[in-house]
Design a protein around this ligand. Sequence first.
Ligand code: DGL
Length: 269
Amino acid sequence: MNLEAYKSIGVLDSGVGGLTVVRELHRWIPHENIVYFGDTYRMPYGSRPQEEVRRFALEIIDFLQTQEIKMVVVACNSAAAAGLDYYREKLNIPVVGVIEPGARAALKATRNERIGVIGTEGTVGSGAYEKAISRMEPGVEVYSRACPLLVLIVENNLVYSPESYRVTEEYLKPLKEQGVDTIIMGCTHYPLMQDLIQEVMGENVTLISSAEETAREAKEILVSSSLMNPLNSSHSRHRFFVSGKPFSFEEIGKKLLGSEIKAYQVVLS
Ligand code: DGL
């Protein structure tokens, strides 16, 4: 019997956005226990230097490792873009990031081989999606656009405002002009405004949620490494930790996950 399989999945994000990945993990692998850390005190990561984001992510991973984990899911695009290979080198458990699964799904979806990527300044500046796509299938055109204000729109509950429509339209205009038929929502927050992005881009454009693809990949890795939790209990246990005050995280978490959650504040470093 593989005792490792009873351990939890560690999920990290800069804040609440990674709960979109938790929601998908729960859908794809409902029997798995999750330990989540949202670095709400130090978010946003998207505008910080890569070296700093890597350091923050490693601090979180160190904390998660004190919680008996068998896998790390880097749910934050900015943290994944800053150094997935770097985290992998330092850990002896599987590390799943949001970049590769999103890139793979976009390649499956595109018909005209023109893919758009939207994300934070850090993610877009790193070129991580372009690199992943060209590694998997050279020759596909990728057009990227940093959309820093979209995180603020989601965080401030402004998705359904006229300003938000205008800002999104402005950001997506160049991608529309390039004729992309697929867009990777390369930021944890964007699935929370998916309807708006779809409306702006039109129904012929396929939107890829890196959250869903990541959950699928996590499941595949658990299966292939015999790490699926053997307890077929409907009462999986999730624990949530944040570096800032828990209240607003709990509020958003309840809306997103559909049930009350309790988060505990942990001060890192
Ligand atoms: N979690 C970040 C990401 O997916 C978005 C928020 C931030 O900038 O920290 O890129």
